[in-house]
Ligand binder design. Structure first.
Ligand code: HEM
Length: 407
């Protein structure tokens, strides 16, 4: 869908943009590093920020908040429905003490040590997925591998039956795909209602028969009402499921595309798997899956590099652009898996820095090493021109990535 309107100087949504996003970002960094234009709804002006220095500083600046209520008068605020409250009351939408409380409840499950313990299980899942397709000589790398791998991992951590994962895929899409008309909005509400109904039943089952999983741990916290409200319980589980769906999946896809475009680097990584952790940092920088941080709101009038960002105005920080800023990275458009240092912003910065970063790194390292080791002749099965990016503002996500190998 091409949604670029005449009143927008920069198309930041259409297919042509997605195909060549980094060229648009280079132009914005050069000409309009802090630029205000209407967003996807065609009416709301939004500040778009593209230089590394600004993105980095704004992510760490507490005057830019996630909670609209801290920045806008009640009359100007979006009025959430009960369903919105059930899915939106999580750490990524909170600031200050509330944010710290919500984050601390789950942070223990994602420490580097806890995540390292998952290595054998992640490896077994990756091997199992490739066992299933190896003799075929071809697959859709997204649907057959990149999608199931992180999804199975997060569902197992939470204690949600992994065989229900196709339903989560639909529900997760309903949360991240912007509904462009009334029909799509109604469908999204239906899906999200089904999602929360499913969780309600799951919570009942776990309450009756607790297990050693994240859902049970969160239920305990919710029983002690001060720690976690009912809405926060639902929202936290939804956040973890969705964060586990749209992020690592697409990083694995984008990483494979980068390697297909750079066969020499692909061979070098295949020959030296110990180089993969550093290469993962470059996959994140070069074509990370989260293109933009979520909207921030200015909590007061803020003077910034010659602009005044007024209280209540929304700001979008483009991580994918910051990561290609030549003032921060030497040869910023060059894909260099050995790049060091690599202070990319692909996981954000500051208090909302990605909680799942250790898990995402582990999954991507194992996914890529397993693909290269077990399918050494792996290559794209279509022309790059035929690849399509999903219409997901904020994410860089391929619809499919057909690959082939000699079985
Ligand atoms: C390649 C994979 C991933 C990328 C690129 C990524 C990126 C990000 C970014 C940029 C943010 C900050 C957003 C903002 O400030 O607006 C974030 C936050 C978050 N991510 Fe990730 N993420 C990834 C994987 C995961 C995984 C696997 C999980 C866990 C299941 C996860 C859980 C979270 C959570 C809970 C937050 C909110 C943290 C907070 O508000 O304190 N992420 N992620």
């Amino acid at each position: 869908m091409d949604t670029d309107g005449p009143r927008r100087k920069y198309d930041l949504y259409g297919h042509a943009f997605k195909r060549d996003a980094y060229r648009t970002f280079a132009e914005m960094r050069r000409e309009d590093p802090i630029y205000r234009q209407v967003g996807l709804d065609g009416t709301t002006p939004i500040w778009f920020v593209t230089r590394y220095e600004d993105v980095d500083a704004m992510l760490r600046d507490p005057r830019f908040v996630r909670d609209e209520a801290l920045a806008r008068d009640p009359a100007d605020r979006f009025v959430p429905t009960p369903l919105d409250r059930l899915i939106g009351n999580h750490m990524l939408n909170r600031d200050g003490d509330d944010h710290r409380r919500l984050r601390s409840l789950v942070s223990q499950a994602f420490t580097p040590k806890r995540v390292a313990d998952l290595r054998p299980r992640v490896q077994a899942i990756a091997d199992g997925l490739l066992d299933a397709v190896r003799d075929q000589g071809a697959m859709d790398l997204i649907g057959d591998f990149a999608f199931p791998l992180p999804t199975i991992v997060i569902l197992e951590m939470l204690g949600v039956p992994a065989e229900d994962r196709e339903r989560f895929r639909v529900w997760s899409n309903a949360l991240v795909e912007p509904p462009m008309d009334g029909e799509a909005r109604a469908a999204a509400v239906r899906h999200l209602t089904a999602f929360t109904d499913y969780l309600r039943e799951l919570f009942e089952v776990r309450r009756a028969a607790p297990r050693d999983d994240l859902v049970t741990a969160l239920l305990h916290a919710a029983e002690d009402g001060d720690a976690l409200s009912e809405e926060e319980l639902f929202s936290t589980v939804v956040l973890l499921i969705v964060a586990g769906h749209e992020t690592t999946v697409n990083l694995i896809g984008n990483a494979m595309l980068a390697l297909a475009r750079h066969p020499q680097q692909l061979r070098a990584l295949r020959d030296d798997p110990t180089a993969m952790p550093r290469a993962v940092e470059e996959f994140l920088r070069y074509d990370g899956s989260v293109e933009r941080a979520l909207n921030r709101w200015a909590a007061r009038d803020i003077a910034w590099n010659g602009h005044t960002i007024a209280r209540g105005e929304p700001v979008i920080l483009i991580l994918g652009s910051a990561n290609r800023d030549p003032s921060r990275f030497v040869d910023a458009d060059r894909f260099d898996p050995a790049r060091q240092p690599n202070p990319h912003l692909a996981f954000g910065k500051g208090m909302h820095y990605c909680l799942g970063a250790p898990l995402a790194r582990l999954e991507t390292e194992i996914a890529m090493n397993t693909l290269l080791a077990r399918l050494p002749s792996l290559e794209l099965a279509v022309d790059e021109e035929d690849l399509r990016w999903r219409f997901l503002p904020g994410f860089r996500a391929l619809e499919a990535l057909p690959v082939r190998w000699a079985p």
